[in-house]
Design a protein around this ligand. Structure first.
Ligand code: FES
Length: 155
């Protein structure tokens, strides 16, 4: 899926508020991902051209930033940190419980397309382990009950 007219207009509006057009890359990537569920190679090429960047510069950001994916995700991206700090405080157990609850494995999307579930590497909030990230919001010290509460509010 590529950029549509509405998305291009939104990106242009963002870029107009910044000192340089290419400075809109990060927020534009968020917009593309939110609209399309992922950032495809075609979308990266189009966005690069739209912002006056080389495609590789967009690819570098997409592959470096953990927030972005070129694979399709659910409307809401649910990620459980399974690095050591979180695993020691129940991160892997939480992931297994969510897999059972949602009926999907890590890396999969629910049948209704609402949620995707993934493991995350350390997200830098180890003091609040175990960490659950829902879209761009981190939730700390999350147990299964709290995770279910958080997910039940998503539409
Ligand atoms: S180990 Fe989970 S946030 Fe660092």
């Amino acid at each position: 899926m590529t950029l549509g007219d509405a998305l291009r207009a939104e990106i242009d509006e963002l870029a107009a508020q910044l000192p340089a057009r290419h400075a809109a890359l990060l927020p534009a990537l968020h917009l593309v991902q939110r609209a399309n569920g992922c950032i495809s190679r075609d979308a990266m090429r189009e966005l690069a051209s739209h912002l006056g960047l080389r495609p590789v510069e967009v690819l570098e950001v997409v592959t470096f930033c953990d927030e972005f994916t070129h694979e399709r995700r659910g409307r809401h991206a649910v990620r459980v940190c399974t690095s050591l700090g979180c695993s020691l405080r129940g991160g892997r157990t939480l992931l297994a419980q969510l897999e059972a609850r949602l009926g999907i494995g890590a890396g999969e999307i629910t049948a209704d397309g609402l949620l995707s579930l993934d493991r995350a590497p350390c997200l830098g909030a180890c003091a609040g382990a175990p960490l659950l990230r829902v879209d761009a919001i981190d939730h700390t010290e999350v147990d299964f009950e709290r995770a279910c509460q958080l997910l039940s509010g998503l539409e």
